[in-house]
Design a protein around this ligand. Structure first.
Ligand code: SF4
Length: 465
């Protein structure tokens, strides 16, 4: 049956400030299948109501928690505008929230590696073929993402350099999934220790089109860039040969930084400006519970190694967990000071609270029932309480300080100083003066990165569709 000229509408509600790869990639597949494709990124543009009204397939991408909550608010509007369209939710957070998404009126729920399944869903919407089964991790032969229908890169997060200048930044992925099984990670329930490589020529073609659109920096959004080191290192050599002035950033876990120490000079030489690494905590007890695969000593070694390699570190943390104490939080800030990382840590990283979505492996921990509350269907997380109520109170205060400071454009050292004084006050202590940071500003993106932590209400409001 022909499927030409039927409209497939791909919607992103929020993708951490990136031009969404997860719309551009299926846009190419659906276009090749004969669909007329409209991409609508609600983080930077209004809902395309005309497209909603005429679409046969409406597919909403759910890469993370905030996007899922925003999609929940959006769905009644979609259903009111077009109750007959096939409504599909896809991405990392779709399978774990399947009951909720179906209760909203979702007809199909697809997990990761969704491109072929979206084409099959489109065919089902236009020809009556059977809907595909979710949860298929079959290897795909990727197509070059089609970014033509997306807003320009100037609407997205930019690279901020230490001198205050900004560069247009692009975003791509060289792999999806992860071969590790950290207990708190949303990738694990879907990929279960597997990852999928995106072919090198496809990644290079995607970078090429973003450079042509003005990008001077690329963020690689792979959950871990060195899951497949052979693929990753060959890619950055090709990238650098073709675009010698292009810079990039990657995410690499502590364990991989230490194991692939010899690769770090190559990253530096080929234009890597900074490495995001999920340190999460400097406390061995917390790291063990998260099954993070590194210890405090290894995290400290990785910080030192990156410094020796000339690569800036952008560490991420989950500072507030059921196992956090007031002394432990003060210790985290003290470690950041001692390691001269104050300028490197995005303030929101010091305010986040462990996210426990449906399906999280955290639920399997023996001591979890001590902290656990009921599943909060509105917020799509399990509620939990720290055994010391003062820690939960501190978290709320720290989040408010960070939100205010960021809204006012407060410089990182200054805002850190306020958190430093606040935690000492909560312990009934006078905060010692902070030593002046030896390191000045570091390169960063103008929108923060996090996924294993609860979003603040401020972020929800900022990302409101
Ligand atoms: S936290 Fe990082 S390393 Fe651990 S499973 Fe998730 S993506 Fe992989």
């Amino acid at each position: 049956m022909p499927t030409e000229q039927q409209l497939a509408l791909l919607i992103s509600t929020y993708d951490l400030g990136h031009q969404p790869f997860a719309l551009a990639s299926p846009a190419a597949w659906l276009g090749a299948a004969g669909a007329r494709v409209v991409c609508n990124d609600l983080a930077v543009e209004p809902l395309d109501e005309a497209a909603v009204r005429t679409a046969r397939l409406i597919a909403v991408h759910l890469p993370m928690h905030t996007a899922t909550r925003l999609a929940g608010e959006l769905t009644p509007r979609l259903k009111a505008l077009n109750p007959k369209a096939q409504l599909c939710f896809f991405g990392l957070y779709a399978p774990m929230n399947e009951d909720y998404l179906r209760s909203l009126g979702g007809d199909s729920v697809l997990g990761a590696e969704f491109e072929a399944a979206l084409v099959a869903t489109y065919r089902a919407a236009t020809t009556g073929e059977a809907l595909p089964q979710p949860g298929n991790l079959d290897k795909l032969a990727f197509l070059t993402p089609d970014r033509v229908g997306l807003p320009g890169l100037e609407h997205y997060a930019k690279l901020r350099l230490p001198d205050g200048s900004e560069r247009l930044s692009g975003y791509t992925e060289a792999s999806r999934g992860c071969k590790h099984r950290c207990r708190h990670c949303p990738v694990v329930p879907v990929y279960d220790g597997r990852f999928r490589v995106i072919e090198r020529d496809v990644v290079l073609a995607d970078v090429r089109q973003q450079v042509a659109a003005g990008a001077r920096h690329i963020s690689f959004g792979d959950p871990d860039f060195l899951n497949g080191p052979g693929h990753a290192l060959a890619l950055i050599e090709d990238l650098h040969a073709e675009f010698p002035g292009l810079t990039y950033d990657v995410t690499i876990k502590v364990e991989h930084l230490l194991r692939h120490e010899a690769a770090l000079p190559k990253l530096r030489r080929t234009g890597c400006l900074f490495v995001i690494s999920a340190i999460e905590s400097f406390e061995d007890g917390v790291l063990e519970r998260l099954d993070k695969g590194h210890t405090r000593a290894q995290a400290l070694a990785a910080v030192e190694l990156l410094r020796r390699s000339g690569l800036d570190l952008s560490p991420t943390f989950v500072p507030f967990t059921p196992w956090t104490t007031l002394e432990g939080y003060r210790g985290l800030l003290s470690d950041i000071v001692a390691l001269d990382l104050v300028a490197a840590v995005a303030p929101v990283q010091l305010a986040l609270r462990l996210l426990v979505p449906a399906g999280s492996l955290i639920l399997e921990l023996d001591d979890w029932p001590r902290f656990a509350g009921a599943y909060d269907a509105e917020n799509l997380t399990y509620a939990w309480r720290n055994p010391d109520p003062a820690v939960d109170t501190l978290q709320g205060e720290i989040m408010a300080l960070v939100a205010d400071g960021e809204a006012a454009g407060e410089e990182r050292h200054s805002l850190f100083g306020r958190l430093w004084r606040r935690v000492h006050e909560s312990l009934g202590e006078t905060a010692p003066p902070l030593p002046p940071g030896r390191t000045g500003a570091v390169p960063s993106l103008s929108e923060g990165w996090y996924c294993c932590a609860e979003p603040s209400e401020n972020l929800m409001r900022a990302a409101q569709v």
